[in-house]
Ligand binder design. Structure first.
Ligand code: DAH
Length: 351
């Protein structure tokens, strides 16, 4: 075998070993590139005699054509392999069942919140919304909490590393009770002119559902949970009205007439007297057990003053209940954390 045949053969082997177009172009450069082996041979021609140049030149050209043919052959081979790989990777099995669009539904706690709003709405209550990052003043001070009340402690309340425009400390609201102050102050300001001429202010009747936060976490407590605040203030609103409203509410909420209510004396800084509200079902799986469902009470005169109202004239009650708890009771769920895990196997049962 002459040197040119040998060169063609090495080139063929070289090209065959290239497995990507880039490798192939590198291999090509080793033969026909600027200082490739074939190029070097062509350069060497100038040193030969005229006769020799002719035959040697023709032989080198023939070798070059064979190398280029091998190169093109390999290029086609690689392109074909690439196409096959792509076809395989993007293969579509048209016999597979299609993906269905899933149907969405409301979260069980959202269903409860809607229900609460609807029932209280039918009793003439407005629905109010307010900030979850709240000042210390609205969260505690305005609600008659003494300066060193344990609820203010860092163990119970998430403080935020910021202050409001007036330099007051901020926290994630530990209850929805600040909404009593926010709503009542706006209401009082809106009707200040009426009250100035001695006319009674239209009653305040509002609920404020929403998210609340506390440093607490177990099967019945979550660091984020829901509350629904309620407030009814007028010239003549009493505990009797609270009992009527609550009895009606819980019977409608749980869709049963077989439900009793009891008030148990308790303490909250913002109410006096204060009571916990328990309900008991006369039938069903929870029959006969007293279940705590809300805190409540007659709004404390200091709080009425912070509403911007005269406690000698305006009186009423407030309550706070837990929509998460109500959802657990209504659907028989025993672990609060299920509500916030986002597991569709659990959540899709409510729709
Ligand atoms: N804010 C209270 C709590 O988080 C609940 C509460 C109790 C609200 C009595 C009220 C009330 O409005 O009157 O535990």
């Amino acid at each position: 075998m002459n040197d040119l045949d040998a060169l063609v053969q090495t080139a063929q082997v070289d090209f065959a070993q290239a497995t990507t177009p880039a490798q192939l172009e590198d291999a090509k450069a080793r033969y026909t590139g600027k200082s490739g082996r074939l190029t070097e041979l062509l350069k060497g021609l100038s040193a030969l005699a005229v006769d020799e140049k002719k035959t040697r030149g023709a032989a080198i050209n023939e070798a070059k054509q064979r190398i280029e043919a091998a190169l093109n052959e390999r290029r086609r081979g690689l392109a074909e392999a690439e196409l096959q790989a792509q076809l395989k990777a993007e293969a579509l099995d048209v016999t597979l069942p299609g993906r269905r669009r899933g149907s969405a539904g409301l979260h069980p706690v959202s269903l409860t919140l809607e229900r609460i709003e609807q029932i209280f709405g039918s009793m003439g209550f407005d629905v109010a919304d307010g900030p979850e990052i709240e000042t210390d003043w609205y969260s505690f001070t305005a609600l008659n909490n003494p300066e060193n009340h344990p609820a203010r402690s860092m163990q119970d309340t998430f403080y935020v590393d910021m202050q409001d425009d007036a330099g007051r400390p901020l926290c994630l609201r530990p209850h929805t009770s600040p909404m009593q102050i926010r709503y009542a102050r706006q209401h009082a300001a809106r009707h200040a002119a009426t009250m100035a001429v001695g006319q009674p202010m239209p009653e305040i009747r509002v609920i404020a559902p929403g998210r609340t936060y506390r440093v607490d976490s177990d099967a019945t407590h979550s660091p984020m949970f829901h509350q629904c605040e309620g407030l009814w203030i007028g010239e003549n609103v009493s505990f009797k009205d609270l009992k009527v409203v609550f009895t009606d509410f819980f019977r409608t909420f749980f869709e049963t007439r077989d439900l009793e209510l009891r008030f148990r004396p308790s303490f909250f800084p913002f109410t006096e007297p204060s009571a916990e509200v328990d309900i008991a079902f006369a039938s069903g799986p929870l029959q006969g057990r007293w279940l705590e469902v809300a805190g409540s009470g007659q709004v404390h005169p200091n709080v009425v003053r912070n509403f911007g109202l005269d406690p000698e004239r305006y009186i009423g009650f407030a309550f706070g209940m837990g929509p998460d708890r109500l959802t657990m009771l209504r659907y028989g769920v025993n672990d609060l954390r299920l509500f916030f895990d986002g597991d569709l196997r659990f959540l899709s049962q409510f729709n």
